[in-house]
Design a protein around this ligand. Sequence first.
Ligand code: NZQ
Ligand code: ZN
Length: 386
Amino acid sequence: MQNFVLYNPTTILFGTDTISQIGKETAAYGKKVLLVYGQNSIKQNGIYDQITASLRDASLEIIEHGGVQSNPLLSHVREGIKKAKEMNVEAIVAVGGGSVIDSAKAISAGAVVEHDVWKFFTGKKSIKQTLPLTCVLTLAAAGSEMNGGMVVTHDEKKHKFGVGNRLLNPKVSILDPTLTYTVPADYTAYGAVDAIAHILEFYFTTKDPSTPVQDRFMEGLVINIMESCDKVLAAPHNYQARADLMWCATLALNGWTAAGLGMVGFPMHMIEHSLSALYNIAHGAGLSIVVPAWMAFQAENTPGKFAQFGQRVFNLSGAEETLAIEGIMHLKEWFRSVGSPVSLTEAAIPEGDIPLIAENALALAKIWQLKGYNNEIIMEILRKCR
Ligand code: NZQ
Ligand code: ZN
Protein backbone atom coordinates (compact mmCIF):
# COMPACT_ATOMS: atom_id res chain seq x y z
CA MET A 1 0.00 0.00 0.00
CA GLN A 2 1.62 3.30 -1.10
CA ASN A 3 0.99 6.71 0.52
CA PHE A 4 -1.94 8.53 -0.99
CA VAL A 5 -4.21 11.55 -0.74
CA LEU A 6 -7.82 10.93 -1.74
CA TYR A 7 -9.99 14.00 -2.32
CA ASN A 8 -13.15 14.05 -4.37
CA PRO A 9 -15.28 17.22 -4.09
CA THR A 10 -18.14 16.03 -6.31
CA THR A 11 -21.54 15.47 -4.70
CA ILE A 12 -23.40 12.60 -6.33
CA LEU A 13 -27.21 12.50 -6.40
CA PHE A 14 -27.92 8.92 -7.52
CA GLY A 15 -31.26 7.36 -8.43
CA THR A 16 -34.66 7.91 -10.03
CA ASP A 17 -36.39 11.32 -10.11
CA THR A 18 -33.19 13.23 -9.32
CA ILE A 19 -33.10 15.23 -12.57
CA SER A 20 -35.53 17.84 -11.15
CA GLN A 21 -32.87 18.87 -8.61
CA ILE A 22 -30.46 20.26 -11.22
CA GLY A 23 -32.02 23.74 -11.05
CA LYS A 24 -31.79 24.12 -7.30
CA GLU A 25 -28.28 22.58 -7.16
CA THR A 26 -27.00 24.90 -9.91
CA ALA A 27 -28.68 28.03 -8.49
CA ALA A 28 -26.23 27.79 -5.58
CA TYR A 29 -23.48 28.84 -8.03
CA GLY A 30 -25.07 31.55 -10.14
CA LYS A 31 -28.11 32.93 -11.93
CA LYS A 32 -26.87 32.86 -15.54
CA VAL A 33 -25.86 29.41 -16.80
CA LEU A 34 -24.38 27.92 -19.97
CA LEU A 35 -26.24 24.72 -20.85
CA VAL A 36 -23.87 22.34 -22.72
CA TYR A 37 -25.25 19.28 -24.50
CA GLY A 38 -24.70 16.96 -27.49
CA GLN A 39 -26.32 16.55 -30.87
CA ASN A 40 -29.88 15.38 -30.41
CA SER A 41 -30.44 12.61 -27.92
CA ILE A 42 -31.63 14.79 -25.03
CA LYS A 43 -34.21 16.47 -27.25
CA GLN A 44 -35.46 13.14 -28.59
CA ASN A 45 -35.75 11.44 -25.18
CA GLY A 46 -37.30 14.34 -23.28
CA ILE A 47 -34.36 15.04 -20.97
CA TYR A 48 -33.91 18.53 -22.47
CA ASP A 49 -37.43 19.59 -21.47
CA GLN A 50 -36.99 18.30 -17.91
CA ILE A 51 -33.64 20.07 -17.53
CA THR A 52 -34.76 23.44 -18.88
CA ALA A 53 -37.96 23.30 -16.78
CA SER A 54 -35.91 22.67 -13.63
CA LEU A 55 -33.43 25.45 -14.46
CA ARG A 56 -36.28 27.90 -15.14
CA ASP A 57 -38.11 26.88 -11.95
CA ALA A 58 -34.91 27.91 -10.12
CA SER A 59 -35.14 31.33 -11.92
CA LEU A 60 -31.95 30.67 -13.89
CA GLU A 61 -31.22 32.39 -17.21
CA ILE A 62 -30.13 29.77 -19.78
CA ILE A 63 -27.57 30.35 -22.53
CA GLU A 64 -27.45 27.25 -24.76
CA HIS A 65 -24.34 25.62 -26.21
CA GLY A 66 -25.51 22.42 -27.88
CA GLY A 67 -23.86 20.42 -30.65
CA VAL A 68 -21.01 18.73 -28.77
CA GLN A 69 -19.90 15.78 -30.87
CA SER A 70 -18.49 12.49 -29.67
CA ASN A 71 -14.70 12.90 -29.31
CA PRO A 72 -15.27 16.61 -28.68
CA LEU A 73 -13.47 19.23 -30.73
CA LEU A 74 -11.40 22.18 -29.56
CA SER A 75 -13.14 24.50 -32.04
CA HIS A 76 -16.52 23.83 -30.38
CA VAL A 77 -15.00 24.34 -26.93
CA ARG A 78 -13.54 27.68 -28.06
CA GLU A 79 -17.00 28.78 -29.27
CA GLY A 80 -18.41 27.87 -25.86
CA ILE A 81 -15.70 29.87 -24.10
CA LYS A 82 -16.43 32.90 -26.29
CA LYS A 83 -20.16 32.61 -25.48
CA ALA A 84 -19.49 32.19 -21.74
CA LYS A 85 -17.28 35.29 -21.69
CA GLU A 86 -19.58 37.48 -23.80
CA MET A 87 -22.67 36.54 -21.75
CA ASN A 88 -20.89 36.67 -18.36
CA VAL A 89 -22.01 33.19 -17.50
CA GLU A 90 -21.67 32.29 -13.80
CA ALA A 91 -22.04 28.50 -13.93
CA ILE A 92 -22.08 25.67 -16.45
CA VAL A 93 -24.53 22.76 -16.69
CA ALA A 94 -23.46 19.70 -18.71
CA VAL A 95 -26.11 17.22 -19.81
CA GLY A 96 -24.76 14.19 -21.63
CA GLY A 97 -21.93 11.70 -21.64
CA GLY A 98 -18.18 12.12 -21.35
CA SER A 99 -17.85 14.23 -24.47
CA VAL A 100 -20.34 16.81 -23.20
CA ILE A 101 -18.98 16.86 -19.65
CA ASP A 102 -15.39 17.19 -20.89
CA SER A 103 -16.33 20.03 -23.22
CA ALA A 104 -18.08 21.76 -20.34
CA LYS A 105 -14.99 21.30 -18.15
CA ALA A 106 -12.77 22.82 -20.83
CA ILE A 107 -15.15 25.79 -21.15
CA SER A 108 -15.21 26.19 -17.36
CA ALA A 109 -11.40 26.47 -17.37
CA GLY A 110 -11.06 28.52 -20.56
CA ALA A 111 -13.74 31.06 -19.65
CA VAL A 112 -11.68 32.49 -16.77
CA VAL A 113 -8.35 33.01 -18.57
CA GLU A 114 -7.13 35.23 -21.42
CA HIS A 115 -4.91 32.59 -23.09
CA ASP A 116 -6.10 29.78 -25.37
CA VAL A 117 -7.58 26.81 -23.52
CA TRP A 118 -5.39 24.38 -25.51
CA LYS A 119 -2.39 25.55 -23.45
CA PHE A 120 -3.86 23.55 -20.56
CA PHE A 121 -3.75 20.38 -22.70
CA THR A 122 -0.14 20.83 -23.79
CA GLY A 123 1.02 21.60 -20.25
CA LYS A 124 2.04 25.18 -21.17
CA LYS A 125 -0.44 26.57 -18.61
CA SER A 126 -1.93 25.08 -15.45
CA ILE A 127 -5.51 25.44 -14.27
CA LYS A 128 -5.89 27.79 -11.30
CA GLN A 129 -9.60 28.58 -11.45
CA THR A 130 -12.78 27.30 -13.11
CA LEU A 131 -16.42 28.27 -13.37
CA PRO A 132 -18.62 25.99 -11.24
CA LEU A 133 -19.97 22.98 -13.14
CA THR A 134 -22.97 20.77 -12.48
CA CYS A 135 -23.79 17.67 -14.52
CA VAL A 136 -26.60 15.35 -15.47
CA LEU A 137 -25.10 12.10 -16.77
CA THR A 138 -26.88 10.35 -19.63
CA LEU A 139 -24.36 7.61 -20.55
CA ALA A 140 -22.39 5.22 -18.30
CA ALA A 141 -18.82 5.26 -19.60
CA ALA A 142 -16.11 7.92 -19.13
CA GLY A 143 -16.41 8.60 -15.40
CA SER A 144 -16.01 12.34 -16.08
CA GLU A 145 -19.04 13.01 -13.86
CA MET A 146 -16.94 12.37 -10.76
CA ASN A 147 -13.35 13.18 -11.68
CA GLY A 148 -11.04 16.04 -12.62
CA GLY A 149 -10.21 14.77 -16.09
CA MET A 150 -11.07 16.16 -19.51
CA VAL A 151 -10.22 15.04 -23.04
CA VAL A 152 -10.49 17.24 -26.15
CA THR A 153 -9.30 16.84 -29.76
CA HIS A 154 -7.42 19.61 -31.56
CA ASP A 155 -9.22 19.82 -34.92
CA GLU A 156 -6.20 20.67 -37.08
CA LYS A 157 -3.39 18.85 -35.26
CA LYS A 158 -5.56 15.74 -34.73
CA HIS A 159 -4.17 15.52 -31.20
CA LYS A 160 -6.60 14.13 -28.61
CA PHE A 161 -5.09 15.15 -25.31
CA GLY A 162 -6.31 14.74 -21.74
CA VAL A 163 -5.55 16.81 -18.67
CA GLY A 164 -6.46 16.39 -15.00
CA ASN A 165 -7.01 18.93 -12.24
CA ARG A 166 -9.28 18.66 -9.17
CA LEU A 167 -10.67 22.12 -10.01
CA LEU A 168 -12.37 20.42 -12.98
CA ASN A 169 -14.42 18.13 -10.74
CA PRO A 170 -18.13 18.90 -11.09
CA LYS A 171 -19.67 20.41 -7.93
CA VAL A 172 -22.69 18.14 -8.28
CA SER A 173 -23.48 15.29 -10.66
CA ILE A 174 -26.92 13.75 -11.02
CA LEU A 175 -26.85 10.07 -11.96
CA ASP A 176 -30.30 8.76 -12.80
CA PRO A 177 -29.99 5.31 -14.46
CA THR A 178 -33.33 5.76 -16.23
CA LEU A 179 -31.72 8.51 -18.31
CA THR A 180 -29.52 5.82 -19.92
CA TYR A 181 -32.47 3.69 -21.06
CA THR A 182 -32.23 5.24 -24.53
CA VAL A 183 -28.49 4.61 -24.96
CA PRO A 184 -28.20 2.29 -27.96
CA ALA A 185 -26.56 -1.14 -27.65
CA ASP A 186 -23.31 -0.05 -29.30
CA TYR A 187 -22.66 2.89 -26.97
CA THR A 188 -23.79 0.83 -23.98
CA ALA A 189 -21.08 -1.69 -24.90
CA TYR A 190 -18.45 0.97 -25.70
CA GLY A 191 -19.12 2.55 -22.31
CA ALA A 192 -18.60 -0.77 -20.54
CA VAL A 193 -15.34 -1.33 -22.43
CA ASP A 194 -14.16 2.17 -21.49
CA ALA A 195 -14.92 1.60 -17.82
CA ILE A 196 -13.10 -1.75 -17.85
CA ALA A 197 -10.12 -0.09 -19.54
CA HIS A 198 -9.98 2.61 -16.84
CA ILE A 199 -9.71 -0.11 -14.23
CA LEU A 200 -7.10 -2.17 -16.10
CA GLU A 201 -4.89 0.86 -16.77
CA PHE A 202 -4.25 1.09 -13.01
CA TYR A 203 -4.54 -2.65 -12.25
CA PHE A 204 -1.68 -3.50 -14.63
CA THR A 205 0.58 -0.43 -14.37
CA THR A 206 1.01 -0.15 -10.60
CA LYS A 207 4.57 -0.99 -9.56
CA ASP A 208 3.47 -2.13 -6.10
CA PRO A 209 3.70 -5.94 -6.02
CA SER A 210 1.14 -6.30 -3.26
CA THR A 211 -2.17 -4.44 -3.56
CA PRO A 212 -4.76 -6.97 -2.38
CA VAL A 213 -7.38 -4.37 -1.37
CA GLN A 214 -7.31 -2.53 -4.67
CA ASP A 215 -7.01 -5.75 -6.74
CA ARG A 216 -10.17 -7.32 -5.31
CA PHE A 217 -12.04 -4.00 -5.66
CA MET A 218 -10.99 -3.67 -9.31
CA GLU A 219 -11.56 -7.31 -10.18
CA GLY A 220 -15.04 -7.04 -8.68
CA LEU A 221 -15.80 -3.91 -10.72
CA VAL A 222 -14.71 -5.64 -13.95
CA ILE A 223 -16.94 -8.64 -13.20
CA ASN A 224 -19.88 -6.36 -12.33
CA ILE A 225 -19.42 -4.28 -15.48
CA MET A 226 -19.46 -7.37 -17.71
CA GLU A 227 -22.45 -8.92 -15.93
CA SER A 228 -24.53 -5.73 -15.85
CA CYS A 229 -23.67 -4.85 -19.46
CA ASP A 230 -24.81 -8.30 -20.60
CA LYS A 231 -28.10 -7.81 -18.69
CA VAL A 232 -28.63 -4.33 -20.17
CA LEU A 233 -28.01 -5.56 -23.72
CA ALA A 234 -30.62 -8.26 -23.10
CA ALA A 235 -33.10 -5.85 -21.47
CA PRO A 236 -32.31 -2.12 -21.99
CA HIS A 237 -34.89 -1.03 -19.38
CA ASN A 238 -33.51 -3.28 -16.63
CA TYR A 239 -33.17 -0.61 -13.93
CA GLN A 240 -30.94 -2.64 -11.61
CA ALA A 241 -28.50 -3.50 -14.42
CA ARG A 242 -28.44 0.10 -15.72
CA ALA A 243 -27.84 1.34 -12.14
CA ASP A 244 -25.03 -1.15 -11.50
CA LEU A 245 -23.35 -0.32 -14.82
CA MET A 246 -23.65 3.43 -14.21
CA TRP A 247 -22.17 3.32 -10.72
CA CYS A 248 -19.37 0.92 -11.75
CA ALA A 249 -18.38 3.27 -14.58
CA THR A 250 -18.20 6.19 -12.15
CA LEU A 251 -16.21 4.17 -9.58
CA ALA A 252 -13.82 3.06 -12.32
CA LEU A 253 -12.27 6.53 -12.65
CA ASN A 254 -13.12 8.64 -9.59
CA GLY A 255 -9.81 8.05 -7.80
CA TRP A 256 -10.89 5.23 -5.50
CA THR A 257 -9.36 2.34 -7.47
CA ALA A 258 -6.00 4.12 -7.78
CA ALA A 259 -5.70 5.05 -4.08
CA GLY A 260 -2.62 3.37 -2.65
CA LEU A 261 -1.29 2.03 -5.96
CA GLY A 262 1.46 4.65 -6.19
CA MET A 263 2.50 5.79 -9.68
CA VAL A 264 0.22 4.39 -12.42
CA GLY A 265 -0.05 5.08 -16.16
CA PHE A 266 -2.69 5.32 -18.90
CA PRO A 267 -0.83 3.70 -21.82
CA MET A 268 -3.84 1.99 -23.44
CA HIS A 269 -5.61 5.36 -23.56
CA MET A 270 -2.47 7.02 -24.92
CA ILE A 271 -2.72 4.74 -27.96
CA GLU A 272 -6.52 4.75 -28.24
CA HIS A 273 -6.74 8.55 -28.23
CA SER A 274 -4.90 8.48 -31.57
CA LEU A 275 -7.48 6.13 -33.06
CA SER A 276 -10.29 8.45 -31.95
CA ALA A 277 -8.45 11.57 -33.09
CA LEU A 278 -7.46 10.21 -36.52
CA TYR A 279 -10.52 8.10 -37.39
CA ASN A 280 -13.21 9.52 -35.06
CA ILE A 281 -13.89 6.01 -33.78
CA ALA A 282 -15.93 5.82 -30.57
CA HIS A 283 -13.54 5.87 -27.60
CA GLY A 284 -14.70 2.53 -26.21
CA ALA A 285 -14.56 0.90 -29.65
CA GLY A 286 -10.93 2.02 -29.97
CA LEU A 287 -10.17 0.59 -26.57
CA SER A 288 -11.60 -2.86 -27.33
CA ILE A 289 -9.03 -2.99 -30.13
CA VAL A 290 -6.08 -1.68 -28.09
CA VAL A 291 -6.62 -3.25 -24.64
CA PRO A 292 -6.11 -6.95 -25.55
CA ALA A 293 -3.11 -6.06 -27.72
CA TRP A 294 -1.45 -3.98 -24.99
CA MET A 295 -2.14 -6.76 -22.45
CA ALA A 296 -0.64 -9.41 -24.73
CA PHE A 297 2.44 -7.24 -25.26
CA GLN A 298 2.93 -6.69 -21.50
CA ALA A 299 2.13 -10.27 -20.48
CA GLU A 300 5.08 -11.56 -22.54
CA ASN A 301 7.47 -10.07 -19.96
CA THR A 302 5.39 -9.92 -16.78
CA PRO A 303 2.69 -12.63 -16.90
CA GLY A 304 2.04 -12.68 -13.12
CA LYS A 305 -0.68 -10.02 -12.79
CA PHE A 306 -2.27 -11.13 -16.06
CA ALA A 307 -2.47 -14.68 -14.71
CA GLN A 308 -4.12 -13.36 -11.52
CA PHE A 309 -6.60 -11.45 -13.71
CA GLY A 310 -7.44 -14.60 -15.69
CA GLN A 311 -7.85 -16.71 -12.59
CA ARG A 312 -9.92 -14.24 -10.51
CA VAL A 313 -12.06 -12.61 -13.23
CA PHE A 314 -12.66 -15.61 -15.48
CA ASN A 315 -12.15 -18.46 -12.97
CA LEU A 316 -9.42 -19.99 -15.09
CA SER A 317 -6.74 -22.38 -13.82
CA GLY A 318 -3.41 -23.59 -15.15
CA ALA A 319 0.22 -22.54 -15.46
CA GLU A 320 0.99 -18.83 -15.19
CA GLU A 321 1.77 -18.22 -18.90
CA THR A 322 -1.32 -20.11 -20.05
CA LEU A 323 -3.52 -18.33 -17.49
CA ALA A 324 -2.26 -14.94 -18.64
CA ILE A 325 -2.93 -15.64 -22.32
CA GLU A 326 -6.29 -17.32 -21.64
CA GLY A 327 -7.44 -14.41 -19.48
CA ILE A 328 -6.64 -11.92 -22.24
CA MET A 329 -8.44 -14.08 -24.79
CA HIS A 330 -11.53 -14.31 -22.55
CA LEU A 331 -11.64 -10.52 -22.20
CA LYS A 332 -11.19 -10.08 -25.95
CA GLU A 333 -13.97 -12.62 -26.52
CA TRP A 334 -16.28 -10.66 -24.19
CA PHE A 335 -15.51 -7.44 -26.10
CA ARG A 336 -16.43 -9.25 -29.33
CA SER A 337 -19.61 -10.70 -27.71
CA VAL A 338 -20.95 -7.21 -26.92
CA GLY A 339 -20.30 -6.04 -30.47
CA SER A 340 -17.19 -3.93 -29.88
CA PRO A 341 -14.45 -4.29 -32.53
CA VAL A 342 -11.29 -6.20 -31.57
CA SER A 343 -9.08 -5.42 -34.57
CA LEU A 344 -8.04 -2.46 -36.70
CA THR A 345 -9.41 -4.39 -39.67
CA GLU A 346 -12.87 -4.59 -38.09
CA ALA A 347 -12.77 -0.82 -37.61
CA ALA A 348 -11.63 -0.37 -41.23
CA ILE A 349 -8.38 1.22 -40.07
CA PRO A 350 -5.67 0.37 -42.63
CA GLU A 351 -2.69 -1.59 -41.29
CA GLY A 352 -0.49 0.68 -43.38
CA ASP A 353 -1.43 3.57 -41.08
CA ILE A 354 0.34 2.01 -38.08
CA PRO A 355 3.41 4.31 -38.36
CA LEU A 356 1.10 7.38 -38.56
CA ILE A 357 -0.92 6.23 -35.52
CA ALA A 358 2.26 5.51 -33.54
CA GLU A 359 3.70 8.95 -34.30
CA ASN A 360 0.43 10.58 -33.19
CA ALA A 361 0.35 8.53 -29.96
CA LEU A 362 3.99 9.32 -29.17
CA ALA A 363 3.09 13.03 -28.87
CA LEU A 364 0.69 12.19 -26.04
CA ALA A 365 3.13 9.71 -24.46
CA LYS A 366 5.61 12.60 -24.14
CA ILE A 367 3.07 14.97 -22.56
CA TRP A 368 1.88 12.27 -20.18
CA GLN A 369 5.55 11.36 -19.52
CA LEU A 370 4.83 7.67 -20.16
CA LYS A 371 8.31 6.19 -19.83
CA GLY A 372 9.22 3.19 -21.96
CA TYR A 373 7.01 4.03 -24.93
CA ASN A 374 8.89 4.89 -28.10
CA ASN A 375 7.79 4.69 -31.71
CA GLU A 376 8.87 1.07 -32.14
CA ILE A 377 7.12 -0.19 -28.99
CA ILE A 378 3.86 1.57 -29.89
CA MET A 379 4.06 0.08 -33.39
CA GLU A 380 4.68 -3.39 -31.93
CA ILE A 381 1.52 -3.04 -29.82
CA LEU A 382 -0.43 -1.73 -32.82
CA ARG A 383 0.72 -4.70 -34.89
CA LYS A 384 -1.00 -6.92 -32.29
CA CYS A 385 -4.23 -4.97 -33.00
CA ARG A 386 -4.47 -6.20 -36.59
O1 NZQ B 1 -24.67 13.72 -28.85
P1 NZQ B 1 -25.92 13.02 -28.44
O2 NZQ B 1 -27.06 13.20 -29.38
O3 NZQ B 1 -26.31 13.29 -27.01
O4 NZQ B 1 -25.60 11.41 -28.57
C1 NZQ B 1 -24.60 10.81 -27.76
C2 NZQ B 1 -23.36 10.43 -28.56
O5 NZQ B 1 -23.69 10.25 -29.92
C3 NZQ B 1 -25.12 9.46 -27.31
N1 NZQ B 1 -25.87 9.51 -26.06
C4 NZQ B 1 -25.44 9.98 -24.87
N2 NZQ B 1 -26.41 9.80 -23.93
C5 NZQ B 1 -27.46 9.20 -24.57
C6 NZQ B 1 -27.13 9.02 -25.93
N3 NZQ B 1 -27.96 8.46 -26.82
C7 NZQ B 1 -29.16 8.08 -26.36
N4 NZQ B 1 -29.56 8.20 -25.07
C8 NZQ B 1 -28.74 8.76 -24.14
N5 NZQ B 1 -29.14 8.83 -22.86
O6 NZQ B 1 -23.98 8.66 -27.11
C9 NZQ B 1 -22.95 9.07 -28.02
C10 NZQ B 1 -21.63 9.07 -27.33
O7 NZQ B 1 -21.63 10.07 -26.33
P2 NZQ B 1 -20.19 10.44 -25.68
O8 NZQ B 1 -20.40 11.49 -24.64
O9 NZQ B 1 -19.21 10.71 -26.77
O10 NZQ B 1 -19.76 9.05 -25.02
P3 NZQ B 1 -18.90 8.78 -23.72
O11 NZQ B 1 -19.69 9.07 -22.52
O12 NZQ B 1 -18.30 7.43 -23.89
O13 NZQ B 1 -17.72 9.86 -23.76
C11 NZQ B 1 -16.60 9.63 -24.60
C12 NZQ B 1 -15.65 10.78 -24.39
O14 NZQ B 1 -15.17 10.73 -23.03
C13 NZQ B 1 -13.75 10.89 -23.07
C14 NZQ B 1 -13.37 10.17 -24.31
O15 NZQ B 1 -12.06 10.51 -24.74
C15 NZQ B 1 -14.42 10.63 -25.28
O16 NZQ B 1 -14.06 11.87 -25.84
N6 NZQ B 1 -13.17 10.40 -21.80
C16 NZQ B 1 -13.15 11.20 -20.71
C17 NZQ B 1 -12.52 10.81 -19.54
C18 NZQ B 1 -12.54 11.69 -18.36
N7 NZQ B 1 -13.01 12.90 -18.45
O17 NZQ B 1 -12.10 11.27 -17.29
C19 NZQ B 1 -11.82 9.57 -19.43
C20 NZQ B 1 -12.14 8.60 -20.48
O18 NZQ B 1 -11.06 7.71 -20.66
C21 NZQ B 1 -12.42 9.18 -21.82
O19 NZQ B 1 -11.18 9.46 -22.44
ZN1 ZN C 1 -11.57 6.09 -21.37
